[in-house]
Each structure stands twice: as structure tokens, then as C-alpha cells.
Design a protein around this ligand. Sequence first.
Ligand code: FAD
Length: 501
Amino acid sequence: AEALSSKFPAAKGKAPSKTVAIIGGGLAGLSAAKYLSDAGHRPLVLEARDVLGGKVSAWQDKDGDWIETGLHIFFGAYPNMMSLFKELNIEERLQWKVHKMIFAMQEFPGEFTTYDFIPGIPAPFNFGLAILLNQKMLSLPEKIQCLPALLPMLINGQDFIEQQDEKSVLEFMRQYNMPERINTEVFISMAKALDFIDPDKLSMAVVLTAMNRFLNEDDGLQMAFLDGNQPDRLCKPMVDHIEKRGGEVRTKSPVKKIVTNPDGSIKHLEMRDGSTVQADEYVSAMPVDVLKRMEPKEWQKMPFFRQMDELEGIPVINLHLWFDRKLKGVDHLCFSRSPLLSVYADMSITCKEYYDPDRSMLELVFAPCSPLAGGNTNWMTKTDDEIIDATMKELERLFPYEIAADGSKAKLRKFAVVRTPRSVYAAIPGRNKFRPQQRTPIPNFTLAGDWTSQKFLGSMEGALLSGKLAAEVIVDKALGVEPAKSLGKKSVEKEYPDAEK
Ligand code: FAD
């Protein structure tokens, strides 16, 4: 990650400076702009909303409390993110938690069990030991029964993992005779946390990719919370960096149309206010569902772009619950292992800006929340009250002494429900091969976004890396060098044989 970062300042002054219009001010768009500005180019980020960050965006309610699109966790195994924090000199903003994972005990309401990573023990032994030492979720024979499934990954690495993309987690488990209890004890909560879907829908490559990252790095699974809201604490320093180097970031600037020349290259962008934006190069850092709608007619028959038909965002809901008292919480992320909730945290403990010594604020991810993701209910169409009622019933199990669904114990002072109808791409089996590389067949158009091809999943790290790879494509093009064999490059699969023509 650091080597790729250092390529950009090294390219500065070696090629004419290009203007680059970037559609979308999420982490992918801001990352592309940051690295392009490092290389001496002039990015212009066009963000539709009045707030930056996309899926990490946040805003304040009338009381000044922050409402976030999602509860976000940073992992030690996010090399590009760690490098970015260093480059921006904001490393102290990551609040690292003790290296462990905390799971609610399904059979014992209010009880939790942990997987502890012992300091000083290198990966993958710390991971193995953490699993061995936890006696509460899986028995020793069950753990031993999982080994044959994990060995091929340890021996063959990423190649083996990619081959498993055609199988769901459940199909993979059955192929390797893993005990069914692994699913209920571990995989349901992992799948919900990784992609907001159930394991019968999730591609096994997603679980193995995450495990492989965590197995290979000593602190891979160590988690950090940002010390405050993402627009101020992460996006703002990126914007300052970009603007100091001659770039520009505009909010409230929705792009309406990509206008093309007869040869399919981009002529200009038509903005919703009627103005136009012209640049030497263009980057889309929009979610796949939005790009599909905005794709120019001339591109629609091109196999490269038709891959996108196979990808779509998954719905998810993020909840904030403000209570009238302090709950017995921990300074960490918890896996709820309950049917409707995924992970949650008491932000009044875990995050400096939201710290409150007297009252708790739980932030929770509600998933799966549509039949596409699992379950039978489309929670996206339910009212806020219905969602909160269902959540309170599950919280009753997690906090049996402090929360009662009828409100007779801790009082819910207020709540916020944030629905994201299309979040990260649905990583159902067989999708990975359709994730397009950043370099496109259109000469002045490059792609970024967590859903494009890169070795991380739909995540903040994936978004950052995709932006960096998009910047690399443009920098190499300006230098007139052959495209680097970077991580995001891949040939288009046999389903789309003409794509690279
Ligand atoms: P986006 O953030 O979607 O950015 C796209 C941007 O394009 C948006 O700002 C949008 O407004 C803009 N745009 C769209 N159309 C236009 C237009 N016409 N003109 C101009 N701009 C436009 N990741 C983790 O690593 N760890 C986590 O713990 C985690 N938890 C999550 C929890 C939730 C509830 C959610 C929803 C996501 C979570 N993620 C997590 C995933 C992570 O947030 C995303 O992968 C990442 O932020 C995506 O960044 P992006 O830039 O690719 O896309």
C-alpha cells in the first residue's frame, strides 16, 4: 500500500497536469482525487449531496447529535487505510480496541464470550490460539472438523479463495463436511457483518477473503473506531490535502448526464443545474446501481459495461438508540447473533466525540433487511416504529436486566433510522468475476468504487484502494507508460469475450 502511495508524488512534474472530473465524493472518489493531486494533476470532485462521504456520511440532528449512515469499523488488515491516515498525519484519530472479538451467547441472554488474541504471538498462531482457547461456542471436535476446509486456503491462498466464489457459505460447508453448528454459531454473524446477508446467500469467497487477510497479519483483526464523525474526522483532511495541491471538491453538485462524442468518449458532464463540466479525464466513483442508470447509450452494448448488470447493491439499515441511562456496555464492537441485528456498539463508550458518562447511545446494523439478503420480510418498507419495536425485542435478550421491550426499564429517549436501499454490492455466489477493473475501454473514462475489482471486499479499504487504482490508471496514461500490473487489473471473463477490444 505504501509503495503504491509513493508512486504518485514520484510522478509529479513528469507529465503534463491533467484536469480530472470525479463523479462522487465517497471514499473512492476522494481517494482518487487525493492521489491524483499527489501526482500533480487537478482533480475536481463532484458530489451530489450536501455532505461528503457517501456511505460513511453523517449529519447532525436538531440536538446536535450525529447520525451516521453506518456503524464503521477499521481493521488492522486495512493497509491502504492505515497508509492514508499516516499520509494525512491523523493516525491518532483511530481509537484502537483490545485485540479480541466479542459474541453474544445465544442460549444465555446477557452473556458474552470472547476470542482473545494474545499480544506478541504472530499470525496465524494468534488466530488459531484464539479459536482454541474459546470453549464456549465450538467444541474441540467441531474445531478439528473445520481444518480440512481451511487447509486448501492456507496452502493455495487467493487462487483457491477465488475459485470458491461460485459457492455459497452453506454449500462450501456441506462440501467440506463442516458441522452445521458452525453456521449458526459463527457464519450467520460473520455473513451479516461482512455483507449484510445470510450465509445461504453469501459467496464463500467473501468469508475466506476476510479470513485470509486476518490470518496473514498479526493485528489483522484488531478493530478501531474513528474518534468522531467521518465527514469531519476523515473526509475533511482528505479535502484539505486535495485543495492544497490545486484540486477542488464541490458538494451539492449532482451530475445528471454523461455526454459522449460519436466515438463513445466523454465530451462533458451535464450537471443537474444545467451547467456543464469539461475535463481531460473522467472518473465515476458512484455506486454501481447509479452508474447503470447513467450509462450513456453508446456504452450500453459494450460487454465491459454489461458486466454491471450482474451487480447490485444490498439494502441495509443503521440504527441509533439514545437511552436515558448508562447500559452495561463494553468498549468494543459486539456481534449480537440475533435474527435481525448484526453488529452493534455503545458509541457513548467507544467513540470520543460521542462519549457520554451518563447515558448510552447504541449504534446497530439491522440485517438482513430484505428477501434479497435473507429472511422473508422487507424491512425497508416498514415504518421506523416497526423497526424500533423489533429491535427493542432483540435488545431485551442482549440487555435482560436493563432493557424491556415495553420500556419499563431503560427509557429510549430518541432514535434515528437510516435506510440505505443500495449499499455494498450483494456478494452472492459468482459475482466476483463481474466486478470490472478500473481501466475501461473508453479512452477518457476510469472507474472507482468499492464494487470495482480490487482484492478487498465492498468496504472502506476496498473503496480507498479502488480510488487509488483509478488514479494510477490516469497517472500511467499521462506518463505514456504501459498500465502497471496493479491489483485491480484483470481480463474480462469469458462471458464477455469482446470486452477488451
Ligand atoms: P459511496 O460511499 O456510495 O460513494 C458514492 C458517492 O457518489 C456518494 O457520495 C453519492 O452521493 C455520490 N453520487 C451518486 N450519484 C451521484 C451523481 N449523480 N452526481 C454526483 N455524485 C453522485 N466498511 C468497512 O470497511 N467497515 C465497516 O464497518 C462498514 N460498515 C458499514 C455499515 C453500513 C451500514 C454501510 C452502509 C456500509 C458499511 N461499510 C463498511 C461499507 C463502506 O461504507 C463502503 O464500502 C464505502 O464507504 C463505499 O465507498 P464508495 O466511495 O465506493 O461509495
